[in-house]
Design a protein around this ligand. Structure first.
Ligand SMILES: Nc1ncnc2c1ncn2[C@@H]1O[C@H](COP(=O)(O)OP(=O)(O)OP(=O)(O)O)[C@@H](O)[C@H]1O
Ligand SMILES: [Mg+2]
Length: 371
C-alpha cells in the first residue's frame, strides 16, 4: 500500500503543487490520478520515488517512510513509465529493458534473458528486441517502456500518462495489455491520465485532483460517475457520465425478445402474420447457425410475395451486435442507437442470435434499475 499523509509540495517561488494530500493506494490495485493540468498529479507520483521531496507530510510504502530508503535503491524497486516511453535512444530495445536488472547486478546473461521474457510478455517479437527505439512505432515504444519498468519485478509501478502519445486504437490495445498484465502480476499501480474513459477502464480507484493540488474526490469508478461530490468533479468526469456508467451493468440482465426473430427459410407470409400477431414493426431474419442476416420491416413483409423465403428478400443491415454474456448495457444501447430498426441484436459467444431489445426496452431497463 502506498500512503500519502498530508503531503504538501511548495516550491520556493510560492507555487503549491500539492496541498495536504491524504490518499491510500491499496496493494495489488490500480489507482488512477486524474485532474486538470497543473493540479499536482505528476508531483504526487514523483514524491513516491523521491524525484520530488515534499515540504510537508510523508509518503509510506507498506508502512515505511520513503525517506528512510536510499533514493537510488528506492527507484530501482519502483517501475516508472512516462509519456513517450523515455527510452535510451542509443541502446537496443533489449538493453533498455535490461537497465534495472543490470544496475541491480544481475549479470549480463540473466538480465538479457529476463529482458527477452518481458519483451514477449508485453507482446513484442524477439527480433524487435535487437532494434533501437527509433525503429519502433510509438505504441511499440510504450510497450518497451512498460517492459523496462517491470524488468526487475518491482512491487510498485508509477505510470505518468504512459499511453497519451499514441492513437486511440493502439491506446485501447495497450490498456487491454495492462489489464491482462495486472490480472497476472498484481502490482501496486499509480496511473496518471487525462482521459476519464481510460481512468474508468483501468482504475480500481480514481482520485480526482483540482487546481492547487487538492484532492477533490477519491472513489471507485462507479461511484465517481454516479455521485460526483461537486460541480468541479461532475464537469471533469463529463456530462455523459450517465451513459458511461452503463458500462458497469452487464447486458446479460436484459430481457431479450425472440418472438420477432425468424429463420430465413420462413416465408414472407409467415413474417407478415408474426408482425401482425406480435405488433412488432421490425423482424430480425437469421441464417445458418442462427447468425443474424438483417431486419425486415412489417410493411415490407406484408407487401412481399407471401411465398418468398425471407432470406431471398432485401433486408436492412443489422448494424453492430452486442455480446449478451460479455458486453455491458452501454454496448447494447450503442447497438440500438445505431440500428436501422432502433433495436439491438444480442448474440451468444458463437455469434447466434439470443434475441433483440428495443431502445424503449433499454430505456426501461436502465431507468427501472438505475434511474
Ligand atoms: N520545479 C518547479 N518549480 C515551481 N513550480 C513547479 C515546479 N514543478 C512543477 N511546478 C508546478 O507545480 C504544479 C503541479 O505540477 P504537476 O506537474 O504536478 O501537475 P500535473 O497535474 O501533473 O499537470 P499535467 O496534467 O499538466 O501534467 C504546477 O503548477 C507546476 O507549474
Ligand atoms: Mg503531469
Amino acid at each position: 500500500m502506498i500512503t500519502f499523509e498530508g503531503v504538501t509540495k511548495r516550491y520556493p517561488d510560492g507555487t503549491v503543487a500539492l496541498d495536504g494530500l491524504d490518499l491510500q493506494a491499496p496493494s495489488g490495485r490500480t489507482t488512477v490520478l486524474v485532474g486538470s493540468s497543473g493540479s499536482g498529479k505528476t508531483t504526487a507520483l514523483r514524491t513516491v520515488n523521491r524525484l520530488v521531496e515534499p515540504t510537508g507530510g510523508r509518503v509510506l510504502i507498506d508502512g515505511t517512510d520513503v525517506r528512510e530508503r536510499d533514493p537510488a535503491l528506492l527507484r530501482r524497486s519502483i517501475g516508472y513509465v512516462i509519456q513517450q516511453a523515455g527510452l535510451f535512444p542509443h541502446r537496443t530495445v533489449l538493453d533498455n529493458i535490461a537497465t534495472v536488472p543490470l544496475l541491480l547486478g544481475w549479470g549480463r546473461r540473466r538480465a538479457r534473458s529476463r529482458a527477452a521474457e518481458l519483451l514477449e510478455l508485453v507482446g513484442l517479437e524477439a527480433a524487435q528486441g535487437r532494434r533501437y527505439p527509433h525503429q519502433l512505432s510509438g505504441g511499440q515504444q510504450q510497450r518497451v517502456g512498460v517492459a523496462r519498468a517491470l524488468a526487475a519485478d518491482p512491487p510498485v509501478l508509477l505510470m505518468d500518462e504512459p499511453f497519451s502519445a499514441v492513437d486511440p486504437v493502439v491506446r485501447a490495445g495497450l490498456q487491454e495489455e495492462l489489464l491482462r498484465l495486472q490480472s497476472e502480476l498484481h502490482k501496486t499501480v499509480l496511473f496518471v491520465t487525462h482521459d476519464i474513459d481510460e481512468a474508468v477502464r483501468l482504475g480500481d480507484g480514481i482520485a480526482v485532483f483540482r487546481p492547487g493540488g487538492v484532492l477533490a474526490q477519491y472513489d471507485t469508478p462507479e461511484r465517481l460517475l454516479a455521485e460526483p461530490v461537486d460541480a468541479f468533479v461532475e464537469g471533469f468526469v463529463g456530462y455523459d457520465r450517465g451513459v458511461r456508467r452503463l458500462s458497469f451493468f452487464p447486458a446479460s440482465r436484459l430481457d431479450l425478445h425472440t418472438d420477432a426473430v425468424l429463420d430465413g427459410g420462413r416465408t414472407a407470409g409467415a413474417a407478415a402474420r408474426t408482425a401482425a400477431s406480435t405488433g412488432e414493426p421490425w423482424l430480425l431474419v437469421t441464417g445458418a447457425d442462427r447468425a443474424p442476416l438483417g431486419w425486415l420491416s412489417a410493411e415490407r413483409a406484408a407487401a412481399a410475395d407471401p411465398d418468398r423465403p425471407l432470406e431471398s428478400l432485401e433486408l436492412e443491415g443489422y448494424g453492430h451486435i452486442f455480446h449478451v454474456e460479455a458486453d455491458s448495457l452501454r454496448a447494447a444501447l450503442d447497438a440500438a442507437m445505431l440500428s436501422p430498426a432502433g433495436r439491438a441484436v444480442g448474440v451468444d459467444p458463437g455469434g447466434a442470435v439470443v434475441g433483440v431489445v428495443s431502445q424503449a426496452d433499454l430505456a426501461a431497463a436502465i431507468w427501472g434499475d438505475h434511474g
